[in-house]
Every structure is written in structure tokens, then in C-alpha cells.
Write a protein that binds this ligand. Structure first.
Ligand SMILES: Nc1ncnc2c1ncn2[C@@H]1O[C@H](COP(=O)(O)OP(=O)(O)OP(=O)(O)O)[C@@H](O)[C@H]1O
Ligand SMILES: [Mg+2]
Length: 316
């Protein structure tokens, strides 16, 4: 069943398209990874999907629905009613998502009782379990703590606990494990994988390895657009877009056969700058005249594989 559908989703700030006409589809049980350089528009895309962009931003879409709800038509009360149960977001900055004047326990109990008709004692039990699930030691002691009393990694885990506690149909997680050490990261990924059996996930990350662990499909963003979308194994084995190729050779790996990291030369184009052609052309080893003259459309090049490039790598 289609859970999320976005067509021609655009977010503009001061007439600059930060997200530039992207399409996304997600079915229940599916996990989509969104990767791409810092500033490529990943967070803004996530915020737009749940209708939570900053006040200066204008969101437009031909279609934007989550579980049949027209996201852009929701008023704040309706949006709150969906938050937590239908969709929930793990924010990149954990302080954004945690009310600083409320204890961890009261945040959890309130979130639980907003969606479940149970008494306070039972809600407390579920809240403590949610903290234990994300690997927080001594949940009883943490229950009365305030967000600023916790370390960054601990706050991140509280955010994840809050996002998962009502078992939402769609989880959007923006760099959920970046602040965590490797063992906790593995534990969180395992927890998210377990929850994925009955939910859909959009995972935004810099880390292609993390995306590959959890996601069936990956969308690669560059300069506000999706430049490649593919099943994860295909993308890793045979990337089609020169930017994706660059991204893969820039990932650190324990591979003695390939001892050197290959950074992508040049710098990303600032969001405020538009080119008549492909935004990656100035850094692209394959760029020719047409690349500088005409923006390539995202087109299907093989079953399930799309790329926005005039000269993609062969994938067959
Ligand atoms: N509130 C804002 N006002 C103006 N511009 C903004 C605002 N928030 C983000 N931007 C701009 O939008 C662009 C995309 O930002 P976004 O946060 O979506 O990037 P990102 O891909 O999530 O990057 P990162 O990997 O660093 O988290 C950037 O150029 C950023 O400067
Ligand atoms: Mg971001």
C-alpha cells in the first residue's frame, strides 16, 4: 500500500528553490535512504514531507499525501494528531525535538497518552521500556532528567525513543545515528530494523554504509534534486550518476586494494546559484557541452533505476 506520495515537491526560501521538484513514493514496509552532500536539501525535504518547513519557506507540490492525508491542507491541530502515530520524525538536531523545560519521562508519557488510552502507570511502564529499547542505561533515573542534563548521544536516543514509542506507520529519521558511538549505532539500527516490519522508513544520512544496512532503495540528492535512485545493491555495485560514483569512492573502507580515498574535486554549487545545465557539471569528469546547457531530467534507465544525467555509466 502506498503510504507516502510526493510529486514535484518544491521548497523555496527567498525565491531560491532549496528542494527543486522531487518525486518520492514509499509503500508500507519499505525503507528509502536519502544521501547526498551537506546542503543538498535532505533535511528540507524531510521537513517538507511532514509540512514543517521554517516560516520563510514556501512549499508546493502537485501531490503530497501521507496515509491518504493531504499534508499541505492539514491545519496545525490535524498535523499534531497525525504526528507520532501516523508519522514521526527524528530530527537531526536533538534539541529541536525535545522541549527543554520538560523531563524526559513527562515527554514520553505525554506522547504515549496522546495516542493510547491507558493510565499513567502503564504509560510510565511503556516509556521506561522505550528508553531501555534505545539502550539508555538506568531508565528510571533518566525519567526525571531534563534534556540539557543528557549528553548529545543520549538526547539523540531519547528522540528516537519518542519517535518510535507509538509505532508510527512512517518514520522519517534525519541522521539518527550520527552522534552515537558504533555499538549504540548498531543497537539503534537493529531496533529500527525490527520496527520496520510494520512501518516505512525514510532515512537521511551521510553514511552510505548505514543506508545500505537498513534501506532497500537509495535516492541521491544533489543541489535540491534527486540525481539518482536505485535499489541499494545496484547503486553500490554499479552507480550510474558521476556524483554517486564520486560519493562511493569517497567512502572510507578497509580495502587494501584501494588504499586511497578519492574526494570529489571542486565544491558544491551554493543553493542560491542556478546553472542553465546540470548542477554537477562544474565538478563532473564526464561533462560535455550539453551538460552545461540543459538540465538532465530524472529518467528510468533500467528497471527500478533512475538517473538524471546526460551521460550515465552503463548499468546493464
Ligand atoms: N531556515 C533556512 N533559511 C534559509 N536557508 C536555509 C534554511 N535552512 C536551510 N537552508 C538552506 O537550504 C539548503 C539545504 O539545507 P538542508 O538543511 O536541507 O541540507 P542537508 O542536505 O540536510 O545538509 P546536511 O547534510 O548538512 O544536514 C542549504 O543551502 C541551506 O543553507
Ligand atoms: Mg540535514
Amino acid at each position: 500500500m502506498t503510504l507516502l506520495s510526493a510529486r514535484n515537491l518544491t521548497v523555496e526560501i527567498n525565491a531560491v528553490p532549496i528542494v527543486d521538484g522531487i518525486d518520492l513514493d514509499l509503500a508500507s514496509g519499505e525503507a528509502l535512504g536519502i544521501v547526498g552532500e551537506s546542503g543538498s536539501g535532505k533535511t528540507m525535504t524531510a521537513l517538507a514531507l511532514i509540512g514543517l518547513t521554517p516560516p520563510a519557506a514556501t512549499i508546493r507540490a502537485d501531490t503530497l499525501t501521507i496515509a491518504g492525508n493531504d499534508v499541505l491542507a492539514l491545519d496545525p491541530r490535524q498535523r499534531r494528531a497525525l504526528g507520532g502515530s501516523v508519522m514521526s520524525m527524528v530530527f537531526q538536531d536533538p534539541m529541536t525535538g525535545l522541549n527543554p523545560v520538560r523531563s524526559i519521562g513527562s515527554l514520553l508519557i505525554e506522547a504515549i497518552r496522546r495516542h493510547q488510552t491507558i493510565d499513567a502507570a502503564r504509560a510510565r511502564q511503556l516509556g521506561l521500556q522505550a528508553l531501555a529499547d534505545v539502550g539508555i542505561p538506568d531508565p528510571v533515573a533518566r525519567f526525571s532528567a531534563y534534556p540539557h542534563e543528557l549528553s548529545g548521544g543520549m538526547r539523540q536516543r531519547v528522540m528516537i525513543a519518542l519517535a518510535l514509542v507509538n509505532r508510527p506507520a512512517l518514520i522519517i529519521a534525519d541522521e539518527p545515528t550520527t552522534a552515537l558511538d558504533a555499538t549504540i549505532q548498531a543497537q539503534i539500527l537493529e531496533l529500527m530494523r525490527a520496527r520496520m516490519r510494520d512501518a516505512a522508513l525514510i532515512l537521511i544520512t551521510h553514511d552510505l554504509g548505514v543506508a545500505a544496512e537498513l534501506c532497500g532503495r537509495i535516492a541521491v540528492m544533489y543541489h535540491g534534486r534527486i540525481v539518482e535512485e536505485a535499489p541499494v545493491a545496484d547503486l553500490l555495485a554499479r552507480p550510474a550518476h558521476p556524483y554517486t560514483c564520486g560519493l562511493l569512492t569517497a567512502v572510507p573502507r578497509f580495502d587494501p586494494a584501494r588504499p586511497r580515498l578519492m574526494p570529489i574535486p571542486g565544491a558544491p554549487l551554493p543553493a542560491s546559484e542556478r546553472l542553465p545545465g546540470c548542477a554537477f557539471a562544474p565538478r563532473c569528469p564526464r561533462a560535455r557541452d550539453i551538460c552545461r546547457a540543459q538540465v538532465p531530467a530524472l529518467a528510468e534507465i533500467a528497471s527500478g533505476r533512475k538517473v538524471a544525467c546526460h551521460f550515465p555509466e552503463a548499468v546493464a
